[in-house]
Design a protein around this ligand. Structure first.
Ligand code: GLU
Length: 435
């Protein structure tokens, strides 16, 4: 039987990071087998429907590169179909109408069992634990149970890949398939992702809608890579994999049934790895796209394309997220705000006097400043003042940027320019005089 998977989100809230993993696994299973991956929008819960979410889901899947085949299927457009199937069940005595809704008559004898593709677990229920349930609501829309069974039958879904929260509904779904006389599809229930403290994943663990990870400066590749490993260990043992490598290696039988842990610090680390591996031209491109599309308004005039080109090589290995680019470099185009506490951290005596000496030297130095002369001049000055060379460069760094961590000093000064650098040293002297 052909492999056909689908991602079937309900547009009741933005696409969450857990949903990304479900979509990714469904995508991988389909692509590996040369099968079909579809998107089905489960928009039959009209009370919980949220405007704009469907668009967010489609946009985010596109950004991630999880391209679905064909057009998305909207359940809300198939209401007549579900009605027809619910009526069929009434006609053969397997469902009944009560208060305007249609209920499925559950068989209470025997057991219902499936073997889950995740971990090969046998999942078994006593049917006596079940109760009749609604399949078509009084508003005419189907419940998830009916819509799942009808759609996955008609779409020939094989296998059904969904979250483990649906395991408890297995008796309902199996009985519905049987009532229609349809084959029961193979199921893969993906274990629920937990936070680092093993509690339900939430904002406090750094989990959020996938589109927010994008605005926060995460890369689609890193998110996919990290989410893929939440529950799956590639047999090659590789930790960094592209989407096409995942397609080659993925196997549902390698998915672990234990609950995986979402650790935002690992995701950040992985994102940094991806950034470091970028070719510089691609890095520039990513930064520019990010600034244009997502951070528009942060610095309306700067950085310009030329400025990004200049700075990109200096920061590529120092950032974990595209968004880190802004706080690390904005001092290059904007005068810094000083903070006394940051100057205090330098632990240099008579800081203002030493800063004045630095300013004098800068005024004397022949322009344009050259990296080696600049370095030797200030090493000598540090010697004369009886402080470490590292300290003098740190003092200059804080004066020109207001911060203790920046791209390399001379390269930064080269971008700021001699005149502006000197102005900032003088501004720092003034600041130290008044605090
Ligand atoms: N709409 C369901 C959900 O978002 C889909 C479950 C399924 O994939 O069948 O949980």
């Amino acid at each position: 039987m052909k492999i056909k998977t689908r991602f079937a989100p309900s547009p009741t809230g933005a696409l969450h990071i857990g949903g990304v993993r479900t979509a990714l696994y469904a995508y991988l299973v389909a692509k590996k087998a040369g099968g079909v991956f579809s998107l089905r929008i489960e928009d039959t819960d009209r009370a919980r429907f949220v405007e704009g979410v469907t668009e967010d889901i489609i946009r985010t899947l596109k950004w991630l590169g999880l391209t679905f085949d064909g057009e998305p299927i909207f359940q809300s457009k198939r209401v007549d179909l579900y009605k027809e199937y619910a009526k069929k069940l009434i006609d053969c005595g397997k469902a009944y109408e009560k208060d305007g809704a249609i209920w499925f008559k559950v068989n209470l004898s025997g057991k219902t069992a499936i073997t889950d593709l995740v971990g090969g677990r046998k999942i078994e229920f006593e049917n006596s634990t079940q109760k009749d349930f609604v399949i078509l609501k009084s508003d005419g829309y189907p419940t998830y149970h009916l819509a799942h069974v009808v759609d996955d039958h008609l779409m020939e879904t094989n296998p059904v890949i969904r979250g483990a929260e649906w395991i408890s509904s297995i008796p309902k779904h199996v009985q519905l398939f049987e009532a229609f006389g349809w084959e029961i599809p193979p199921y893969a229930h993906l274990p629920i992702i937990l936070g680092v403290d093993r509690s339900k994943l939430s904002k406090r663990h750094g989990a959020k809608p996938a589109s927010e990870f994008r605005t926060d400066g995460f890369l689609a590749e890193a998110i996919l890579n990290y989410m893929a490993l939440l529950g799956w260990t590639p047999s090659s043992g590789k930790e960094i994999l592209t989407l096409s490598e995942m397609v080659k290696e993925f196997d549902l039988s390698d998915v672990n049934s234990a609950n995986p842990i979402f650790d935002i610090t690992k995701l950040e680390w992985m994102n940094g790895e991806y950034i470091r591996k970028f070719q510089i031209s691609n890095f520039k491109f990513q930064i520019l796209e990010y600034l244009k599309e997502l951070a528009g308004g942060v610095a309306p005039d700067h950085p310009t394309e030329k400025e990004v080109e200049k700075v990109a090589p200096l920061v590529k290995d120092r950032i974990k997220k595209l968004s880190d680019f802004i706080p690390l470099t904005d001092f290059l185009w904007e005068k810094p705000e000083y903070d006394k506490e940051i100057f205090d951290r330098l632990k240099i005596n008579d800081l203002r006097l030493k800063m004045e000496k630095v300013a004098e030297k800068m005024e004397e130095m022949e322009k344009p400043w050259k990296a080696d002369i600049f370095e030797n001049t200030f090493r000598r000055l540090a010697d004369e003042m009886g402080i470490k060379a590292g300290d003098i460069f740190q003092l200059i760094r804080v004066a020109i940027s207001g911060q203790t961590v920046t791209p390399p000093l001379f390269e930064s000064i080269d971008i700021i320019g001699e005149e502006e650098t000197l102005k900032r040293i003088k501004a720092a002297i003034e600041f130290l005089q008044t605090t």
